[in-house]
Design a protein around this ligand. Structure first.
Ligand SMILES: Cc1ncc(COP(=O)(O)O)c(C=O)c1O
Length: 282
C-alpha cells in the first residue's frame, strides 16, 4: 500500500501525461485508435499493449482504473458500465457451470437476483449463510470457487467476519470477493487490506460525488489470481477480466469513465462520506 495519503491519491493518482499539461482528466471520446503502421497495429492487437478500440481500453477509463486501484490498495482494476456489470464479470471470470459460491445472507437484492436467476441458469449453485467463518466453513465443498460478501450489507448494514473468512478462503484456495460499494471507494473501508482477493463496487453511489453516473469496478490484490481458475485467461492477457471486458462489452464509455473519477473537493464523496459517518454517530 502506498505511503501517500488517501486524500492525495484521490487528487493525483492515475492522470495520464497530457501534451497540454491538463490537470483535469481529458476525455478521449473516440471509439478507435489509429496506428502508425500495419505492423504497429498487429503488435498492439497481439500483445494488448497500447490502444486499439475503446471497448477494449481507453486512456480515460484507464485513468479511472489506476485511480481506483490507488485508492483501494489494488494491484489493478477494470471498470464496467455499472456495479452489477462488475459483479457479474468478476463472478463469471472465476466460476463455471457445476461450481459453487457461498454468499452472505442479506446482500443487495439485485445481487441475490443475479445469483439466483442468472447464475442459477448457468448451472452455478449459490449457498447463502451469515458472513461468519463457521457458517461459511459448514457449506464449503470441493466445488466452492468463491465466497461473496458486502463490506456493509445493503440494507441491513451488517459487517462480515473479514479475518475469519479470509483465512478460510486462503486455506482452501477459494476467491474471497467483497462488494465494497458501502466502503465508498476505499474512503471508509479497504477490504483488499483485510484479506479479500477481489473487490467489486458500484461507482454509482459515491465515486463521482454527485449521484449522476452509472459505473462499476473490479479490483484485485493480485492479478494472477485468475490464473488459478482461468476459464477466460488467454496467453497474452494475464487478467481474465480484461478478456471478459473485451469480449463481453460491459465497459463504460469514456465520458462516463471521466465523470466517475473520484475527486477530492468539498462536494465529492470523501467529504460526503465523512459527513455520513459523523451523522451515524449523532
Ligand atoms: C451494495 C450494492 N452493490 C451493488 C449495487 C449495484 O450497483 P449499480 O446500480 O451501479 O449496478 C448497489 C446498488 O444499489 C449496491 O447498493
Amino acid at each position: 500500500m502506498s505511503v501517500v495519503r488517501y486524500d492525495t491519491r484521490a487528487v493525483l493518482s492515475g492522470l495520464p501525461d497530457d501534451p497540454y499539461g491538463a490537470v483535469g482528466l481529458p476525455i478521449y471520446a473516440t471509439a478507435a485508435f489509429a496506428f502508425s503502421s500495419l505492423e504497429e497495429g498487429a503488435r498492439r492487437f497481439a500483445t494488448g499493449e497500447g490502444y486499439t478500440y475503446s471497448r477494449a481500453q481507453n486512456p480515460t477509463n484507464r485513468a479511472l482504473e489506476e485511480r481506483l486501484a490507488a485508492l483501494e490498495g489494488a494491484a489493478d482494476a477494470a471498470v464496467f458500465a455499472s456495479g452489477q456489470a462488475a459483479t457479474l464479470s468478476a463472478v463469471i471470470a472465476l466460476v463455471q457451470a457445476g461450481d459453487e459460491i457461498v454468499a452472505a445472507t442479506g446482500l443487495f437484492g439485485q445481487t441475490t437476483g443475479l445469483f439466483n436467476h442468472v447464475l442459477g441458469l448457468m448451472g452455478i449453485n449459490v449457498h447463502y449463510v451469515p458472513a461468519e467463518r463457521d457458517a461459511v466453513a459448514e457449506v464449503l465443498s470441493d466445488r466452492t470457487r468463491a465466497i461473496f460478501v458486502e463490506t456493509l450489507s445493503n440494507p441491513d448494514l451488517s459487517i462480515p467476519d473479514f479475518e475469519g473468512i479470509a483465512a478460510l478462503a486462503e486455506a482452501h484456495g477459494i476467491a474471497f470477493i467483497v462488494d465494497n460499494t458501502f466502503g465508498a471507494v476505499g474512503a471508509l473501508a479497504r477490504p483488499l487490506t483485510l484479506g479479500a482477493h477481489v473487490v467489486v463496487e458500484s461507482l454509482t453511489k459515491w465515486a463521482s460525488g454527485h449521484g449522476s453516473v452509472l459505473g462499476g469496478a473490479v479490483l484485485a490484490r493480485r492479478t494472477d489470481l485468475w490464473q488459478r481458475y482461468a476459464p477466460y485467461t488467454t496467453q497474452n492477457r494475464q487478467w481474465a477480466l480484461e478478456t471478459l471486458a473485451i469480449h463481453g462489452g460491459l465497459t463504460p464509455d469514456p465520458v462516463t469513465g471521466a465523470r466517475a473519477l473520484p475527486i477530492y473537493n468539498t462536494t465529492s464523496y470523501v467529504f460526503r462520506d465523512t459527513e455520513h459517518a459523523a451523522n451515524c454517530l449523532r
